[in-house]
Design a protein around this ligand. Structure first.
Ligand code: ADP
Ligand code: MG
Length: 336
């Protein structure tokens, strides 16, 4: 077992893959994902719906039902293995040091208990604090996530909170035991734009105060630009581009990344047509072993792109890209 040293990333996954039982037999939906999350950083995971972002994060959390799923590869937290040799280990570390918030906060809250009770319960389960202590930590945490009049609001039930306020409560539940890693799966997708901005600002402030790393899952590149230090673009179960966030916007290397960037509305030129990527992510049982984006890519050349298993290659800006034509496309001025 490796020992933790200060330079260890908070989270590392290597060749992380997940298969599910489907009508088509065992089907791989996450394929060889390598993620590295350094201390105090925010790492983005972006891609269209169905690309494997949520399943990747559930695998890290150890929340996939073993009866219908198979995980392989390795996952480590602070240099200590969480998943190795086809099984999860150190579940206490995972429970204590990693927490997660989801897109639909209301669904994760229990309508039958006050929000104060729900936060206090997490504290009590975590370190066995007496009721009174756990309650006062719950109130403090509600205050820290910006809920006004926290001592009184702790006595309220989830239905008395708006969607944005419920997401703050979820954040309080996630952060109250001071995790080292927060996985935020589309935390602002269901919120109004103005509330979304407040939530992003709050997460940044909490990150500083609590010294937590964040895996930020989103399909919104605007949110990536605002929140992330590095970013991994996922397509059909694989990371197709991985780089620093500035690089992603200055010199996107994968045609899929470029497609995502082209699809962002331009507020300065409202006449400009929106260029959506045609089609959708194909279902996992039909993913080819060659380039999975080939049938939607404007730059596909059959004899180049239909080669077996394309690797992630690192360019001289430290961008890893999974495209056999990426060098050519750059030389032709098609990508930056
Ligand atoms: N329990 C499951 N059984 C079978 N397939 C699943 C299951 N959960 C997710 N999938 C499939 O895994 C793929 C990735 O899903 P997901 O991680 O939810 O995508 P994303 O979060 O990027 O939208 C999708 O094709 C989805 O249909
Ligand atoms: Mg998802």
């Amino acid at each position: 077992m490796s020992t933790a040293v200060c330079s260890d990333p908070i989270l590392r996954t290597e060749s992380l893959s997940v298969e599910f039982v489907t009508d088509h037999g065992w089907t791989k939906v996450v394929d060889g994902v390598d993620l590295t999350i350094p201390p105090r950083s925010t790492v983005g995971l972006v891609g269209e719906s169905g690309s494997g972002k949520t399943v990747t994060s559930l695998a890290v959390m150890g929340l996939l039902p073993p009866a219908i799923s198979r995980v392989s590869g390795s996952i480590s937290l602070h240099g200590k293995p969480l998943f190795a040799g086809e099984k999860y280990v150190m579940s206490e570390l995972r429970g204590r040091d990693v927490s997660m918030i989801f897109q639909e906060p209301r669904r994760s809250l229990d309508p039958a208990f006050t929000v104060g009770d729900q936060i206090a319960e997490v504290v009590r389960r975590h370190d066995g604090s007496p009721r009174k202590v756990a309650w006062s930590r719950a109130v403090e945490m509600l205050d820290a996530v910006g809920i006004a009049d926290a001592p009184r609001r702790a006595l309220a039930y989830p239905h008395e909170f708006s969607g944005g306020m419920c997401q703050r409560v979820m954040l309080a539940i996630a952060m109250v035991c001071r995790p080292k890693l927060l996985i935020a799966d589309e935390p602002t997708t269901a919120l109004d734009v103005t509330v979304q901005q407040q939530m992003l600002r709050l997460m940044k402030n909490l990150q500083e105060e609590f010294d937590v790393s964040i895996l930020f899952i989103t399909h919104d590149l605007g949110v990536v630009a605002e929140m992330c230090d590095t970013v991994n673009v996922m397509y059909a179960g694989q990371v197709v581009e991985s780089t620093k966030v500035d690089n992603l916007f200055l010199r996107p290397r994968h045609p899929y990344t470029q497609g995502l960037l082209d699809a962002i509305p331009n507020h300065n030129d409202r006449q400009a047509p929106l260029r959506a990527i045609g089609g959708a992510v194909p279902p996992p049982w039909s993913w080819p072993t060659s380039c999975r984006f080939a049938d939607r890519c404007p730059h596909t050349i059959a004899q180049h792109c239909e080669v077996q298993s394309i690797a992630l290659e690192i360019d001289n800006h430290d961008t890893a890209v999974r495209c056999v034509r990426s060098e050519e496309l750059m030389l032709e001025g098609i990508t930056a």
